[in-house]
Design a protein around this ligand. Structure first.
Ligand code: GTP
Ligand code: MG
Length: 655
C-alpha cells in the first residue's frame, strides 16, 4: 500500500538522529570520566548539550482566515492514524483560541485551557504557562478517539457575555467581522471561552519534538500578542491556507501581509501557501486535464495576488486526504495532492533544522574537547622535558644533581609567586563577571519595563505610547552595549594574562574566544520590528479598549525581552567559564609537573640507580597519554560521523 508518510518518516529519522547524537555524546562523556579527564565544568556542559538535544522542538504553525481548513489539514497531515477527525473542524468559526499540540513527558496526556478572563490581567500567555493553577486541565483518554475528539471540542467553545466585558478583554468592537456572526441579544456577544489551549499527548511525532500550532482566523490572531510577537515569528514553518472556493479575499490578503510577509529575510524560509479545498474543482463533467488546468490557473492567480512564486503554492484537498488516509484509499490520496505538500514540507524544514542543530552541537563538542586535548598535549610536553632533563643526568656526579634540584626549586618558587598574580586575577575576574551580569541583569530590564508601563498608562496619544516603547527598546540596547563593553574588558584582561603566563612560565599559548552580543541585539531588533509592524493594526482595531490591549501587547514584548536576557546571561556564564577554565587547568597542571620534576630529581639524588627506572616510567606515561589522545580523536570522529551521516529514511517512505 502506498503510504503518505513522507513527513512522518523524515521527522522520525530526525528524532532518531538526535538520539544517536546524544548517545555519541554520552559515550564521549563516559570515556572522559573513565580517564579522569572530565571535571565539573565538562559534566555541566555535557548535561546542557544532552538536555538541549532532547528538548529540541520543531514548530509548525497553521495560519489563515477562518474556515479555510487549517484544523482539517492538521488532522490530515498528522492525525489520520486516529481514524477520525481529531481537532474540531466545521463550517464557520471553529477553532476559537490558539491551540498548541505538543508532548511534554513530565505531564499526563491532557488538554490545558487558559481562561479568557486572564486577558483582563497583566501577564503574557508565556508567563501564565509557568503557573499551572491558572489553567483548567482536562485529562485525555488516549484509548478512545471519540473521547479525545470530544475533549478537544473545548477549543471551539464560546460563552455569552455583556459587550462591556468583551471590550474589557479587548475582544469586541463595532467593525469586527466577528460581530455579525455572533451578535446575540442586545448588549451581549459570544466570545471564546479560552485564551489559549495546550494539547499534551504522546503522539509519535510530538514525542520527537514536533509542535503544531493551530490558530483561529484574522481578528483573533491580531488580538493575541503572544501569537504575533512570539509564536509565529519563532515558528520554523508557517503554512498559510487559502480555499479554492473562496478565492483570495481581502481578509486573506490582510492575514498574509500582517503575519506572513515579514521584513525579516531569515524567517522567509519555511513559509508555504496552501490552496485548500481543490476537491471543489473536481467536476465530473470535466476531464482530468481540464481540472488540472483549472487548479494550475488558480495557483498562478493566487501566487500573483500574494506576490509569491507559483512554486510556493501547494494545491491540496485536506478533507479528501483525511478521508483517503482513514480508508486507505491510495488513488484518492494521490488525487488530494497531500503527499506532494508533505514532501515539500519535509524538504523545507528538516534538513535546515538538522544543519543548525548539527553544527551547533559540533561546535560545542569541539570547544569541550579542545580544552582536554590541549591539557593532554601539555602533559606530553611536560613528560618529554622531564625525560630530557633526567637523561642529561646520566653519568653525572652528585653536585650536578644538587645543582639541578636547586634550579627546579627556584623555578617552582618563581611559579608560585606567579600564582599570587593568578589569585589576584581571579578576584578581579569575579568582580568583572559580577558587573557584566549586572549590566544585562533582569533587574535592569524590570526597571525599564516598570517605567514603560507607567508611561503607556499616562499617555493618551499614539505618539506618547510609541515614544515610551522606543525608549524601552533603547534602554535594552544600551544595557546590551554596556554588557558588550564589559565582555571586551574581560577578554583583553584574560588575553594579556594568557600571554604573560605563556612567556614567563612557558605555558601553552591560548587566545581566549571573544564574546559577541550581536545575537541578542538582533533578537531585540526583530522584536521591535514585529512590534512596529503590528502597532498600527492594533491601534486601529481597538478603539475603546486601546489601553488594556496596549498593556497586554507590552507584556508580551517584555516577556520576550526577558527571554533574550535569560539566554544572554546563560551564554555569558558559559563564556566566562570557557575563558577562565583553560588557565585554571594550565596552572594546576604546570604546578603538578614542577612538583613531579622535583620529586624525580630528589629520588635520583638519594639513589642514582633509580634514574633508568624513572626514565622507563616516563616512557610508559608518555605512551599512555598518546593512547588517550588517539582515543579522544576517535571519539570526536565518531560524533562527527553521526552529524554528517545522511538520514536513515525508511524505504517505505520513498515508495
Ligand atoms: N470540500 C472541502 N472542505 C474542506 C476541506 N478542508 C476543510 N474543509 C471544510 O471546511 C470547513 C472549515 O474547516 P476547518 O478545518 O474548521 O477550518 P479552519 O481554518 O480550522 O477554521 P477556524 O478554526 O474557524 O479558523 C469544515 O467544514 C471542513 O470540513 C477540503 O479540502 N475540501
Ligand atoms: Mg480550526
Amino acid at each position: 500500500m502506498l503510504q503518505s508518510r513522507e513527513l512522518a518518516a523524515r521527522f522520525e529519522a530526525y528524532g532518531d538522529w538526535r538520539r544517536r547524537l546524544s548517545a555519541g555524546i554520552s559515550r564521549l562523556h563516559e570515556w572522559l570520566s573513565g580517564h579522569e579527564l572530565a571535571d565539573a565544568q565538562v559534566d555541566v556542559k555535557v548535561q546542557q548539550l544532552l538536555e538541549r538535544l532532547h528538548q529540541d522542538k520543531l514548530v509548525v504553525a497553521f495560519v489563515a482566515e477562518f474556515s479555510r481548513g487549517k484544523s482539517e489539514l492538521i488532522n490530515a497531515i498528522f492525525f489520520a492514524d486516529f481514524g477520525q477527525r481529531l481537532l474540531p473542524s466545521s463550517a464557520g468559526r471553529t477553532t476559537m483560541c490558539p491551540t498548541e499540540l505538543l508532548y511534554d513527558p513530565a505531564r499526563p496526556a491532557s488538554l490545558r485551557l487558559l481562561p479568557i478572563e486572564t486577558r483582563a490581567r497583566d501577564g503574557s500567555v508565556a508567563e501564565f504557562k509557568n503557573y499551572a493553577d491558572e489553567w483548567v486541565t482536562l485529562a485525555l483518554d488516549l484509548s478512545s478517539a471519540d473521547k479525545m475528539a470530544e475533549a478537544l471540542s473545548q477549543v471551539s467553545q464560546t460563552k455569552r457575555v455583556p459587550v462591556a466585558l468583551a471590550r474589557k478583554y479587548g475582544l469586541h468592537h463595532h467593525d469586527d467581522v466577528l460581530a455579525p456572526l455572533c451578535a446575540a441579544d442586545e448588549g451581549a456577544v459570544d466570545i471564546p471561552s479560552w485564551r489559549h489551549a495546550i494539547i499534551n499527548f504522546p503522539h509519535p511525532l510530538l514525542q520527537q519534538g514536533l509542535v503544531i500550532l493551530d490558530t483561529p482566523g484574522l481578528n483573533a490572531i491580531g488580538a493575541e500578542p503572544e501569537l504575533t510577537l512570539n509564536l509565529l515569528p519563532n515558528a520554523h514553518a508557517v503554512l498559510f491556507i487559502l480555499a479554492a472556493d473562496a478565492g483570495v479575499t481581502r481578509t486573506d490578503i490582510e492575514v498574509w501581509q500582517n503575519y506572513l510577509v515579514s521584513a525579516d529575510p531569515a524567517t522567509k524560509k519555511g513559509r508555504l501557501v496552501i490552496l485548500n479545498k481543490i476537491d471543489g474543482l473536481w467536476d465530473e463533467l470535466k476531464t482530468d486535464i481540464e481540472i488540472d488546468a483549472e487548479i494550475a490557473r488558480q495557483v498562478r492567480s493566487s501566487a500573483q495576488i500574494l506576490r509569491t512564486s507559483p512554486a510556493q503554492v501547494f494545491p491540496v484537498s485536506a478533507q479528501k486526504a483525511l478521508l483517503a488516509k482513514v480508508n486507505g484509499d491510495d488513488a484518492l490520496l494521490v488525487k488530494s495532492r497531500l503527499p506532494k505538500l508533505e514532501l515539500a514540507l519535509s524538504d523545507n524544514l528538516i534538513p535546515a533544522k538538522r544543519d543548525i542543530v548539527g553544527s551547533a552541537t559540533q561546535a560545542e563538542i569541539r570547544a569541550l574537547t579542545a580544552a582536554v586535548r590541549s591539557m593532554l598535549d601539555a602533559r606530553i610536553v611536560g613528560i618529554r622535558e622531564q625525560a630530557a632533563e633526567l637523561r642529561g643526568l646520566r653519568g653525572k656526579n652528585q653536585d650536578v644533581i644538587v645543582h639541578m634540584m636547586e634550579r627546579i626549586k627556584e623555578e617552582k618558587n618563581l611559579f608560585e609567586r606567579g600564582m599570587q598574580r593568578y589569585t589576584a586575577l581571579r578576584t578581579v575576574f569575579t568582580q568583572q563577571s559580577n558587573a557584566l551580569h549586572e549590566s544585562i541583569g533582569l533587574a535592569r530590564l524590570r526597571d525599564a519595563a516598570g517605567e514603560t508601563r507607567q508611561r503607556i498608562e499616562a499617555s493618551p496619544f499614539t505618539s506618547g505610547v510609541r515614544l515610551a516603547m522606543s525608549d524601552f527598546f533603547g534602554a535594552i540596547r544600551s544595557n546590551l552595549e554596556t554588557g558588550a563593553a564589559k565582555t571586551g574588558e574581560i577578554h583583553d584582561m584574560m588575553r594579556a594574562m594568557y600571554t604573560r603566563f605563556a612567556t614567563e612560565h612557558g605555558l601553552e599559548p591560548f587566545s581566549p574566544p571573544p564574546f559577541s552580543m550581536l545575537k541578542y541585539r538582533k533578537e531585540i531588533d526583530r522584536l521591535e520590528r514585529a512590534y512596529n509592524m503590528h502597532f498600527n493594526t492594533l491601534w486601529n482595531m481597538v478603539s475603546k479598549a486601546k489601553f488594556t490591549l496596549m498593556r497586554r501587547f507590552f507584556e508580551t514584548v517584555a516577556s520576550r525581552a526577558k527571554h533574550v536576557y535569560n539566554v544572554a546571561n546563560r551564554d555569558v556564564e558559559s563564556w566566562l567559564t570557557a575563558v577562565m577554565a583553560p588557565l585554571e587547568t594550565q596552572v594546576r597542571e604546570h604546578h603538578l609537573q614542577l612538583r613531579r620534576r622535583l620529586d624525580s630529581v630528589k629520588r635520583i639524588h638519594r639513589a642514582s640507580d633509580e634514574l633508568e627506572e624513572r626514565l622507563a616510567e616516563l616512557e610508559e606515561a608518555q605512551a599512555a597519554v598518546k593512547t588517550q589522545i588517539a582515543a579522544l580523536s576517535c571519539e570526536i570522529a565518531a560524533i562527527d560521523a553521526i552529524i554528517e551521516q545522511p538520514d536513515l529514511v525508511p524505504l517505505a517512505a520513498n515508495a
